[in-house]
Design a protein around this ligand. Structure first.
Ligand SMILES: NC(=O)c1ccc[n+]([C@@H]2O[C@H](COP(=O)([O-])OP(=O)(O)OC[C@H]3O[C@@H](n4cnc5c(N)ncnc54)[C@H](O)[C@@H]3O)[C@@H](O)[C@H]2O)c1
Length: 272
């Protein structure tokens, strides 16, 4: 059921690669709620993905941009305000990639050039987006920015390697920019720390199926699916959350507050 929560709002949604992408679900929900937006992704990913189908379904235009390039981001904001006919009210940052994870490098033997790439793509890209948005004065008063994070920013998970540092940096950038943009224009900047979700990025991590089912068995509500994450994003883009900013918001079915669940106790208790 839709409530028109985003009627009249204009946005930019990054990271929709295929129908499993969290950003894909966010785009669908935002469209249902009356929001209009530009879709963007890295030029290479756009050729591999199915973003054109999403654009047609949501009556959205696509502006390619590598989120590590200030020049391409400047073009993204210029084109988006032109296409949408005004300043931007909401941004979804849904971007993550680690060459070290792709190439299965163990944490104690990271390639440092790739480490820098991980940080640039997955964390600094949020800083670059907000820097460009601020410099070009592309954001509306009272706008809202959401970036997607993971609890590996606070706790250690095997095989998440340098993405853990990227997520910690991403959350820190959201806080620091939240202060700047809150003071300037009452713009909110938050991160959502999402449950493991079956997407291309998620499934690229070794042992992901185990992460997924362990988190599911630990969480009283089970893992939060991508559709529920999209609902949460809609609420944060809406005017109903005008005073929520600089937060890392757990969207994990309760996982982060559980020490051990009965499911896990049962699974580890020897059967007599
Ligand atoms: N899937 C999970 O378990 C999970 C859990 C918590 C948080 N997240 C986060 O959610 C976000 C979205 O990931 P997803 O799981 O939907 O996977 P996904 O693979 O569908 O999305 C990742 C997106 O990042 C884009 N991207 C990569 N490099 C880019 C660049 N240089 N410029 C612009 N875009 C680039 C990809 O093209 C892709 O669309 C990521 O930040 C991810 O870390 C995912």
């Amino acid at each position: 059921m839709a409530y028109n929560l985003l009627k009249g709002k204009r946005g930019i949604i990054t990271g929709a690669l295929d129908p499993n992408s969290i950003a894909w679900k966010v785009a669908e929900k935002v469209f249902e709620e009356g929001g209009r937006f530009v879709l963007t992704n890295a030029p290479l990913a756009m050729r591999m993905g199915k973003i054109n189908e999403l654009a047609a379904a949501c009556q959205a235009e696509i502006v390619p941009a590598d989120a590590t390039s200030v020049e391409e981001l400047t073009n993204l904001f210029e084109k988006s305000t032109e296409i949408l006919g005004g300043k931007i009210d909401f941004i979804l940052h849904s971007i993550g990639m680690s060459p070290n994870i792709r190439k299965s490098k163990p944490y104690e033997d990271l390639n440092y050039d790739w480490f820098l790439k991980t940080l640039d793509i997955s964390a600094l890209s949020l800083h670059k987006m907000l820097h460009v948005a601020d410099k070009t004065d592309s954001l509306n008063e009272g706008g809202s920015v959401v970036a997607l994070s993971y609890i590996a920013a606070q706790r250690v998970f095997p095989d998440y390697t340098d993405m853990a540092q990227a997520k910690a940096t991403l959350e820190s950038i959201a806080r620091s920019f939240g202060q700047v943009l809150g003071l300037k224009k009452r713009i909110r900047v938050n991160t959502i720390s999402q449950s493991p979700t079956m997407t291309t990025a998620g499934q690229g991590i070794d042992g992901f199926d185990a992460f997924f089912s362990y988190a599911d068995k630990m969480s009283p509500l089970g893992n939060a699916p991508a559709e529920a994450c999209a609902d949460y994003c809609v609420s944060l883009f809406s005017d109903l959350t005008r005073h929520v900013t600089m937060q890392n918001l757990m969207h994990d079915g309760g996982f982060s507050s559980v020490g051990i669940s009965q499911h896990i106790v049962d699974a580890l208790t020897p059967k007599s």
